[in-house]
Design a protein around this ligand. Structure first.
Ligand code: MN
Length: 239
């Protein structure tokens, strides 16, 4: 089992521990998966292994931010979700099933919020890679041209949505029917509830950028768009 208390001074050891103990979870975050589903029914909810090392996205996202964001926030949502589903009808449900069945139901608000945040963070880590960002090629480039006109219009609209999300939330590139769209969601909300297929997401909760950028959310968004987007992941998510 993973350790529950992680002293900050042992961040490196923490990631090594997670990496070893998380070997069985590697499938849950396999980049080759052809679906954005990161859990299968009955597998339970787990903290997936990161698809890269904790310092891989530096200098755009520091190892320090990763240690808190992945090691504490994401882990916290996973633990809380597991705690809430225990003994309920959702005990063996997949994340997507939980999200779709609890969305908008006040009696399940805590479960929805935590499960959706697990899904969102699983998706966020896979939306980035070292050496990513900038103008894509292949099928995703053609889709962007069809839906936005050109890459610059996409980049401007995506950055604008991420900057304009008031308070905590997310901005997404999604596929809705045949077209690509940019949407923003508040708090834990995801495009799944609206039947849209996520391709890429950026977390704009302050915990995602404050250690590295303080209040300069737009600098973090620019780094994400120019240097981090995993376009191969986006393309694999296309229907
Ligand atoms: Mn977050």
């Amino acid at each position: 089992m993973l350790r529950k208390q992680i002293p900050l001074v042992n961040r490196r050891e923490f990631f090594i521990t997670v990496g070893a103990a998380g070997a069985a979870l590697a499938m849950a975050c396999n980049d080759d998966a052809d679906s954005f589903a990161v859990e299968e029914p009955g597998e339970g909810i787990a903290l997936p292994e990161l698809p890269y090392g904790p310092g891989a996205l530096a200098p755009y996202i520091s190892e320090n931010t990763m240690s808190f964001h992945y090691g504490k926030h994401h882990r916290g949502y996973v633990n809380k979700t597991k705690e809430i589903v225990a003994g309920t009808e959702f005990e063996n449900a997949s994340l997507e099933e939980i999200i779709k069945r609890t969305a908008g139901k006040t009696e399940w608000a805590a479960l929805f919020n935590n499960a959706a945040q697990v899904f969102n963070h699983n998706f966020y880590w896979k939306s980035m890679k070292q050496g990513g960002g900038g103008r894509p090629g292949g099928r995703i480039a053609e889709k962007i041209r069809q839906s936005f006109g050109d890459y610059e219009k996409f980049a401007g609209e995506f950055a604008g949505a991420a900057a304009a999300q008031f308070g905590s939330g997310w901005a997404w590139l999604v596929q809705d029917g045949g077209a690509l769209k940019i949407v923003k969601t508040s708090n834990a909300d995801t495009p799944l509830e609206k039947g849209m297929k996520p391709l890429i997401t950026i977390d704009v909760w302050e915990h995602a950028y404050y250690l590295d950028y303080q209040n300069l959310r737009s600098d973090y968004i620019k780094a994400f768009v120019d240097s981090l987007i995993n376009w191969e992941f986006a393309e694999r998510n296309l229907a």
